[in-house]
Every structure is written in structure tokens, then in C-alpha cells.
Design a protein around this ligand. Sequence first.
Ligand code: ZN
Ligand code: ZN
Ligand code: ZN
Length: 327
Amino acid sequence: MKQLNCPNCRARIVFEQSLCTQCGTAVSFDAGRLQIVPAASKTPCANRDLISCNWTTDDSHPYCRSCRLTRTIPNLGSDRNLALWRKVEQAKRRLGYDLMRLKLPLAVPSGAHIAFDILSHETAGHTIMTGHLAGLITINLSEADDAVREARRAAFREPYRTLLGHFRHEVGHFYWEALIDQAQLSSPFRLIFGDESAAYAGALADYHNRSDRSWNTDAFISEYATSHPWEDWAETFAHFLHIVSTLDTASSLPLSIDERARHTLEDPYLERDFEALLSLWEVVAYSMNELNRSMGLSDAYPFHLTPAVRGKLHFVHLAILKARNEG
Ligand SMILES: [Zn+2]
Ligand SMILES: [Zn+2]
Ligand SMILES: [Zn+2]
């Protein structure tokens, strides 16, 4: 996230903020220009009052570019659900920002397009699994509850579990279709990630029933990535987004960096030099973790990028570059 400033007093504004804490100006995020603007200058998203969406709407649509992707909103019968939905949409806007900066399409020629169902169990009447189908992403509202999500993180032995991580992972499944399947990259994909035609539902069921919890930490970024080549791709895709997004944020921090690093940080989302991205990322990830530890917190990036995982990330990068060149 590039540094954002108040259009009135130039104070730093956080992406989620709708009021400048220094001068009190009501502000909005203009997704068309990727800038903070005075709230009074453009039509606000119709969800501004309800869930503090601070984006503007850029045409006659009542909702902003992010909110309009939500096909189903959760049951709003309780204050708790409303508060949780607010957190879900907040994370989703970070994803929307990533996708705009990467210049990735939200729809593909086959007709599949990104949409979200944000479901609470009252609406669904059954247990909700966060998941995906041809661009339709289902998010279990309860994942926005910190205590619930942390309990699941521990139960599933995950080092990292966040709403934003869910969004980046699930959208990765859509981009497998867009960047691999429909872009004739299936052969190299299979060489690197394995044969995705292996039965998917069965592979996931097998994964959840595994009793032996050891896994090949050299070849995969996470345990879940071992479940099926599609999950490996989605996990790796999410990591690519973690990396470029965090490097982008680093670009506005008062860091002492050399010329090459400065160039890489100019726009990590569009950087073509994969090695430059990764070498800078190692420094930033290490620094974030040390800062967190100094605060008594867990590592912000609890992962190790092995040579095999770097190869997979490189492939994600190439697939995104290819789509952007042809798009
Ligand atoms: Zn201000
Ligand atoms: Zn909105
Ligand atoms: Zn997945």
C-alpha cells in the first residue's frame, strides 16, 4: 500500500480511515485514482454508514467497486454479524487494491467472474466452508471473529490465518483458471505443481483425514499446499500477493535502501525482476519478524522460502506478467 495522505492537511491516512485524525476532514478512497479524496468531492459507497466502507463509487452504481462484488451479504439480524461483516469487507478492499495494482481482470472470457458470498450459519442453515467455485468465493462470516479464527488456526496447525490471507488464497483459485487454464500454461503448471486432474474432493478429504502430519517442507509453502496442486497454486498465489503488497508498503517507510531496492519498491506489483523482488522480500520479512518479536508478538511472516517454493512463486509471477502483457 503506497502512502496515502489527507487531501487537506497532508497528514498520513491509513487505507481504512474515513476521517483525518489531524484536521477532521471526512475522506474517501477513490479506487479509480487509487487516492484519498475529500469525502464531499465524490459520491460515497452506499455502505459507508452501515459498515464504514470508505470507497467512492465511480459511476451510477450505488456501491463501490469492492462492495458490488459481494453477491450475498450475511444475515444482519445481530450487531455481532454487522461488526464481523465490516471486518470482512475491510479485508476484501485490501484484496481489491492488490488486484487493481496488479492490473488483473475480475472476469474471464468464459464468463466466470469474481463474486463473493459472505455467509453466516443462520442464513446457510448448515456449516459454511470458506471456498470457491468458478470465481464465486464463499467466506464464512465467523472467520472475522478473532477468537474463532485463532482456535481454527491452532486446530489446523497453521502458522498464519487471516481474513486477508483467505481472500488472497481463494481468489488464487479464480486466477488459476484465468492465468493458467485459459492461457495455455497447463503443461508448465503440471511440471511445477503436479497434475491437477487428480480428484479434488477426494484429495481434500484425504488431507483432512491424514493421521501422519509430517510433510515435505522443502517443496511446499504450507502443509495445506500439499493437499492438491490447486491448493498449492492458491497458497503460492496468496504468498505472491503478501510479498508485493508488503513491499509496496515498505516503499513508503523511512528505510535506508540502495538504488536497486529503491527501483524495485517503485512498483513491486509491476516489477518484472523476480530475483530483485525476492531478495528485497527476505530483508523485509526478516525485519518485520524481528520487530514483532520485540513487541512480544508472533512472526508476521512465519514461512521459509525454499528453492522449490521460490520456483513456484516465480511461476506465479510469470503467469501474471503474461496475462498483463496479453490483456
Ligand atoms: Zn487532514
Ligand atoms: Zn463499498
Ligand atoms: Zn483453496
